[in-house]
Each structure stands twice: as C-alpha cells, then as structure tokens.
Design a binder for this molecule. Structure first.
Ligand SMILES: Nc1ncnc2c1ncn2[C@@H]1O[C@H](COP(=O)(O)OP(=O)(O)O)[C@@H](O)[C@H]1O
Ligand SMILES: [Mg+2]
Length: 624
C-alpha cells in the first residue's frame, strides 16, 4: 500500500478532498457558504459583545443606570447574529452530510459494479473479506474528512477575517493573533503527520480482522469438523488485539494533542489581555476594542479545531482511498466483441478448442504462471454430448471455465459455431452458453427468483419446464409455498442435491445452446443424475436441444455421452467412446473403477440428498 511519507499524506489527502469537491460542487458550495456565514458571525459577535461592554456596561457602571435604548439595540444585534449563526450551522451541517453520504453511496456503487466487471482471475487473487471492507469501511474512510471539511474551509476564511479585523483594531493585538493562529495551524499539521502512520495501520488491520472473520465463517464446516475452533479463535484474537493496540495508540496521540489544541487559544486570550492592558494605558485602544479582541480569541478556539479534524482524518482517508482506487483502477476485464450468434429458433451450438494453452495468473505478477492446460484440442459437435473425465487437478474445471469464457486462453482459440468466443457480445455469449458449477449457489430469495434471475421471457411455465428437466419439479412442488418458497440462507434449507438441481434448472431456463456441467450433479442420486442427462440429451416436452459438455465420474452418466475426452495433467490423453477407453486406456479404467468403489462406500454411510444443516447456506462462493 502506497501511503508514502506523512508529508505527502497531507498533499494526497487534499487531492482526495479536491476530487470530492469536483464531484459535489454545488452541495459543497452550500455547506461552505453556511460555514463562512457562521465564521463571519463569530467575529461579529465578538465585536458586538465588545461594544455592549464598552458602550453600555462600562458607562452604566460609571453612571449607576442603564440606557434602555442602547441595551435594546445591543440585544437586537446579538439576536440577529445568533439567527444568522443558526442558519449558517444548518447550511453547513446539511451540506456536509449530503456530500459525505452521497459520495459514500456513489463509491459503494462504483466499487461493487467494478467487482462484477473484473474477471475471475482478479477475484481469485483477492480475498472476499478484503472486497467487503473495500466496499464498506474503505469507502467510508475515504470520505470521513468531508464531514468537517466545510467547517474547516469556513474557519480558514474566518481566521483571515479575524486577522484583518485585528489589524484594523490595533497592530500590537494583531501581532498576538499572527503568533497564535499560525501556531494553532502548525500544531494541527504536526498532529496529523504523527497520526498518519497510526491511522493507516489501523485501517489495514480493520481489513485484516474482517478478512479473518469472513474466512472462519466461510470455512465453518472445516473449522468445526477439524476441531480448529480454538486455533481460529486465537488467530482472530491476535489480529483483534493488534487492532485494539493500533487504535489505542491513535487515542494516546489524541490525548496528547487535543489538550494542547485547547490550551493555545486560551494562552492567546491571556496574551491579548496583557498586551491589551498596556495598549489601553497608552490610550491606543478603547475598552470596547480590548473586550472585543479578548472575546474573539475565546470564540475562535472551537472552530479552529475543525481544521485539525480534517487534517487528522486525512491519513485514514488516503489509506481508504488507496484501497478503493486499487479496485476502481484494476484492469484485466475482458473486452467483448460485437458478433451476435442468436438464431431465430434455438439450435444446439458447436464448441471447439484449438490448441488451447492456459495458466492461472500467479499471485505475484512478476512470476511466470505455470501452464495448467496445453495443446487442448477437441470439439463438442452441435447436439452431441461430450464427457470430460480425468483425475482431480487435471484441468477439467479450467476447460469448463474457458468454454464459457470466464477466462481466456494464453494461446489458441475457442470457438462457438465457428466464431471465436472473444468476438461475441456479452449478451450473445450469455444466451448461448451456460455453466453449472460443482458448488451450487442459491440466492436468499424465492425458488422462482432463483431460477428466473429477472431474465426476460421466463414465466412460470418456463420455470416448471426447466425444473422438470432438472428433475427438481417434484421437490419444488412439495415445498410449503411452491415457487414462492424462500430458499437460501434465511429460507428453507435444501439438500446439496436439491441445490444442484435448482442451479441446473436456472441454467436450463435460459435455454442455452451449449450446456457446460462441471460435476454439477455430484450430490444427486446416481440414477437421478443419469435420468437428468438422458432428459437433457433428448428433451421430451418442448425443452430446447443443447450440446452438452459434462464433467462426470459415474459410469452410468459417462456411458450416455457420445464421446469421452480423457484428460491428465492438462493434456488430452485419449478420446473415444466409454467402451473404447475402458478397453484401451489403463488410467481411465482405474479412475472409473476407483470412483465407483468410493461411491459404493459412500452410499453405505449416507443417503443422497439428505439435508446437512451445517453445509446449507455456507457455500456462498462459486467453486474456485
Ligand atoms: N484459481 C486458480 N489459481 C491457480 N491455480 C489454479 C486455480 N484453479 C485451479 N488451479 C490449478 O489448475 C489445475 C487444474 O485445476 P482444475 O481445472 O480445477 O482441475 P479439475 O477440475 O480437473 O480438478 C490444478 O493444478 C489447480 O491447482
Ligand atoms: Mg474441478
């Protein structure tokens, strides 16, 4: 993180503020106008109080009686000034609040929008907890100084006004002002420079704490089953402790500087009284003027603090802004082309990989990323079903991601109906292909909303048709409120297999012309899985026919495929029918047999589709 030296933190912080002003110029003008009005009224009040003392109180004391007219005039003046001050405060507060919260909302929107635009590769490199804190506390931190900013700007105007009016009154008193005001300003600057590294550290630790918390909740299943609760708690406690220490060190610094900032104007008042008494004896000033100036120093003390508030928040603002900008400036989104491939009647699409090489971007940009796929060439002819089989880590999910263009190959091409997928528009790509990932994601919403995802042209009839194809119509019909049943985190718990079938129905409802199933029915009963695939290959009731690329393990499922592609270590090792490969490729036969044995053991210990409360609602991320 580039927070740099404390010197340039102030400069960079002012740049961030400049950006805020450029984005909300009108509301800022309202707030500053209110604040300047307030500042001028503070000066005016000092002079009116001076006049009341000099022209009303002192003569009254001397004479022993008060002149009603003068008193009424003074009261009216003070009342008028108070009203204008109230108007000023109102304008400033309202303007500052509007500005701060509008900026927060605008940047929250921009950050989250950016998350959705950034490619999967970027998401792989960034922890979910960090993304959450970018959109929350970092956006907030970036705009914290906006709240006191108009006050501080008004105060600067007020200080200039105060110095001018001091010079108009008496040069000796003006010199006291010239000593005290810059000293106050300097003290504020030193304060914020000391504060800079502490605030930056606290902000970084905030993100780390939220990231650890997110990880533990996300991995609650692993943590619990592995009995790692104590270690996870300790890991969290350590970071929370660091954050506490960082915040305490912020507090200590405040404790040292705040009293100094309070004291300085009081010392100024004292100096004014000493110097003023001498000047009064010399006949250079009147009692009115001395009281006005002494009172001015007293009432200035509070607004001057506003400058300190802004400066003190700048480091945090810069730290937050750096983290927000990292998201906004992140590059790597995949440009889409302008070719569309949407035939009038849905027909299956043909997929082809030509000599595709791929490697994930390494976490450190300067390191070369290892090659995960090499020389991958195969086709899924229109209307055919191709099974992708291979051991864990062979690259099946990577091929699936490439086929739906979640990632782009390093070299080689992937085509749909002969068109390079990079030339397609985002909309055309989305309507042509659908990926169903291994880990199903269910939104905290109704069954219907989970399937339609607000896409146009998907009515209840289409929803039920998709549910039938996914063999999910039975259990959805049995839900308490059918399609209106809330599912997901706060709704009805679904079993793993039910969730998988719901996400499959979601993909089917969009009538994709190529369906990519990445082990998408692994939690479904094997017989149901085979029935689903058979149904997809030859849809009975109005379902659109699609080409299918399916990552599968089960013999019954694989046997339904027209062709099997066997991959190992990112290479296509063999291809042919299931029977051919069983006979000719030893690795293939071993894998299928081993999986079958594992499944038999699994079936003895648990039944498919049982509800496992611990897992439901926890799979909040797509399979990485
Ligand atoms: N997001 C990622 N970042 C870096 N490497 C990855 C990522 N996802 C997968 N890999 C690596 O790519 C290889 C292929 O993974 P994958 O396609 O998931 O295999 P499969 O689906 O066949 O189990 C593995 O070596 C895996 O470690
Ligand atoms: Mg996989």
């Amino acid at each position: 993180m580039a927070s740099g030296t404390s010197r340039d933190v102030v400069g960079r912080g002012l740049q961030v503020l400049g950006r805020a002003i450029r984005e909300q110029p009108r509301i800022f003008a309202v707030a500053v106008t209110g604040s300047v009005l307030f500042g001028l009224m503070v000066i005016a009040s000092a002079y009116v109080v001076g006049a009341v003392v000099g022209k009303v109180v002192v003569p009254a004391v001397a004479r022993g009686s008060v002149t009603d007219g003068a008193l009424a005039l003074a009261a009216a003046a003070l009342f008028g000034i108070s009203v204008l001050r109230v108007v000023g405060i109102f304008g400033r507060r309202l303007g500052a609040g509007y500005m701060q919260y509008r900026l927060q909302a605008a940047y929250r929107r921009r950050v989250t929008r950016r998350y959705l635009d950034l490619p999967l590769a970027w998401h792989h490199r960034n922890a979910t907890g960090t993304l959450l804190s970018n959109a929350n506390s970092d956006v907030e931190a970036a705009w914290y100084p906006i709240a006191p900013l108009p006050f501080a700007v008004g105060t600067l105007v007020m200080l200039v006004g105060a110095v001018v009016s001091l010079f108009l009154t008496d040069w000796a008193l003006a010199l006291v002002g010239l000593a005290v005001f810059p000293a106050l300003f300097a003290l504020n600057v030193v304060y914020s420079r000391r504060m800079a590294p502490r605030q930056a550290r606290a902000q970084r630790l905030r993100a780390e704490v939220s990231s650890i918390a997110h990880e533990s909740f996300d991995g609650a299943l692993v943590v619990k089953t592995m009995g790692r609760e104590a270690q996870e708690t300790a890991r969290f406690a350590a970071r929370a402790g660091d954050l506490r220490d960082a915040l305490i060190s912020v507090g200590k610094l405040r404790g040292v500087f705040d009293p100094m900032l309070e004291t300085l104007p009081s010392l100024g008042t004292l100096a004014v009284l000493v110097v003023g008494a001498i000047r009064l004896r010399q006949g250079a000033i009147t009692v009115t003027e001395l009281v006005s100036v002494a009172f001015l120093f007293t009432v200035l003390a509070f607004p001057v603090r506003a400058i300190g508030w802004v400066l003190a928040e700048l480091p945090r603002s810069v730290a937050g802004w750096d983290r927000v900008r990292r998201v906004l400036d992140a590059t790597g989104e995949m440009p889409y082309g302008d070719v569309t491939l949407d035939p009038a009647t849905p027909t299956p699409a043909a997929l082809a990989f030509h000599d595709v090489h791929f490697g994930y971007e390494p976490a450190e940009a300067h390191l070369p990323g290892a090659e995960v796929l090499g020389e991958v060439t195969f086709t899924v002819p229109a209307g055919k079903t191709v099974a992708l089989v291979g051991p864990t880590g062979a690259g099946k999910s990577t091929i699936a991601s490439l086929a739906v263009r979640l990632v782009d190959p390093r070299t080689g091409t992937i085509t749909l109906d002969g068109v390079d997928v990079r030339e397609l528009t985002a909309a055309s790509l989305a309507s042509t292909v659908a990926l169903v990932a291994q880990v199903p994601f269910v939104f905290d919403d109704t069954v219907r909303a989970n399937i339609t995802l607000d896409r146009p042209g998907i009515g209840d009839e289409e929803v039920w048709a998709a549910l039938r194809l996914a063999e999910a119509d039975g259990f959805v019909a049995a839900l308490p409120e059918g399609l209106d049943t809330m599912v997901g985190e706060r709704g009805t718990s679904l079993s793993g297999g039910q969730r998988q079938r719901l996400t499959l129905a979601r993909a089917l409802a969009g009538r994709p012309r190529l369906l990519v199933l990445d082990d998408a029915t692994s939690a479904v009963d094997p017989r149901v899985e085979a029935a689903i695939l058979a149904g997809l290959r030859a849809p009975a009731d109005g379902g659109a026919p699609a080409s299918i690329l399916v990552v599968a393990y089960r013999r019954a499922t694989i046997a339904l495929a027209d062709e099997v592609i066997y991959v190992e270590h990112g290479r296509v090792v063999a291809r042919g029918t299931h029977t051919d490969l069983l006979a000719t490729v030893p690795g293939y036969a071993d894998l299928v047999t081993a999986y079958e044995q594992a499944e038999q053991e699994r079936e003895q210990t648990r039944t498919y589709d049982e509800v496992t409360p611990l897992t439901s609602g926890l799979e909040v991320e797509v399979d990485r």
